[in-house]
Write a protein that binds this ligand. Structure first.
Ligand SMILES: Nc1ncnc2c1ncn2[C@@H]1O[C@H](COP(=O)(O)OP(=O)(O)OP(=O)(O)O)[C@@H](O)[C@H]1O
Length: 371
């Protein structure tokens, strides 16, 4: 069942010279996880705010459970407000410093009738326990500044989860945490996904984190307000069909030192990646044309539509789309970030003080960053 539909959304801020989102569409099925990944300023947070109903799109529609969220009224609106929750990048900014933890959690549960004044204390203690915080009445008396960064993020998650949402928009939820906390927070969210079937729109600039969180889900890659590739996580990370996705993946550090040195040498011989990574977007043809290593004349004049990619045997891959005139000519990835990472990834996890459960898959979120 489709829970969320972003349909042809274009969005401009009054002060922005160009739209910050351009004809963006995205679907999230109930219980599914879809990541939006791209470099800083590409429009990810704007997308999250539109989905959470904090910003109204200039054009296009955001629909939840089949209804345009901006047409909802009365009980349906109240219900939608509970069912879609946003967890921010900055737990410091999203929590009221003047409210105790109890006063932070209780009002939402009472307003949505998920607890009564008699049961709310017990309900809050249960939520604290579920997110790994101290489930005691004394803890509920604390203020946000008395918590560590990781505890504050757990509290933000508690506030969202306490309302029993169907969809959580998680916007850069680990970016302000040190590496030792990242995996724990990601695993906590994944636990809620597995146990409660909560769907996620997971926003991050960090492809390593995205790959870890969206196993079995989907990834949408955004470049300057446009989705340039979307598809199942496995396919996008192993066989990207847009040069920008490929660039982001190639930027993930390779844990194997010999491979890393080889890659550096090849990049230096090819003139380096830096020039390409700082090129301005093109506004006439393909948005990526000015940075693209494969650019052709047509790319500078004609924007490529987001369309089904072809697999090697010529069949279209269900749900894997790319906006590139030459997506069938993208060469295979030269270096996969999980290559040769068995022991070295675990060593990296130890060095970084991160527990090892995330290292074995070769997609350790402490090791990869883009943008
Ligand atoms: N309220 C606003 N008013 C005007 N411009 C804005 C506003 N919010 C964001 N922008 C601009 O819109 C563009 C997209 O910003 P957005 O925060 O959505 O991107 P992002 O990918 O989340 O980046 P970051 O990770 O740095 O937050 C940027 O150029 C930004 O400067």
């Amino acid at each position: 069942m489709t829970l969320l539909e972003v349909q042809h959304v274009t969005h401009s801020y009054p002060t922005s010279p160009r739209p910050v989102l351009r004809d963006v569409s995205l679907e999230v099925v109930a219980g599914d996880v879809v990541a939006v990944v791209g470099e800083s300023g590409c429009g990810k947070t704007t997308m999250g705010r539109l989905i959470a109903g904090l910003t109204e799109p200039s054009q296009g529609k955001v629909a939840f459970d089949g209804s345009d969220i901006w047409s909802l009224k009365g009980r349906a609106k109240k219900d939608w407000r509970r069912r879609v929750q946003l967890v921010h990048q900055d737990p410091y900014g999203s929590l009221n410093p003047g409210l105790t933890l109890g006063s932070t959690l209780a009002p939402g549960m009472l307003y949505h009738k998920l607890a009564t004044p008699r049961t709310v204390d017990q309900a809050m203690l249960e939520v604290l326990e579920q997110v790994g915080l101290d489930p005691t009445k004394e803890f509920l008396q604390r203020y946000p500044h008395q918590l560590s960064g990781g505890q504050r993020q757990r509290l933000s998650i508690a506030r969202a989860i306490s309302l029993r949402p169907d969809l959580v928009v998680a916007d850069e939820v680990t970016s302000m945490l040190d590496v030792s906390m990242r995996v724990a927070i990601l695993d906590l969210l994944l636990k809620f996904r597995a146990e409660r079937g909560i769907g996620f729109v997971f926003i991050s600039h960090d492809f390593g984190v995205v790959r870890y969180f969206t196993q079995g889900g989907r990834i949408a890659v955004m470049f300057f307000g446009s989705i340039v590739e979307v598809g199942p996580t496995d396919e996008v990370v192993t066989a990207p069909k847009h040069p920008y996705t490929q660039m982001l993946l190639q930027a993930i550090p390779v844990p194997n030192p010999a491979l890393a040195r080889q890659r550096e040498a090849e990049e230096a011989a090819a003139g380096g990646e830096t020039e390409r990574l700082i090129g301005e977007p093109s506004w006439t043809g393909c948005v990526f044309a000015n940075r693209c290593p494969l650019v052709q004349d047509v790319c500078r004049t004609t924007p490529p539509p987001l369309q089904q990619v072809k697999t090697d045997d010529g069949t279209a891959t269900q749900g894997h789309q790319a906006a590139c005139h030459f997506s069938d000519r993208i060469p295979p990835l030269r270096y996969l970030a999980h290559e040769g990472d068995g022991a070295s990834n675990q060593n990296g996890a130890r060095q970084n003080g991160v527990h090892e459960s995330a290292g074995g898959s070769g997609s350790h979120p402490a090791q990869a960053s883009v943008g």
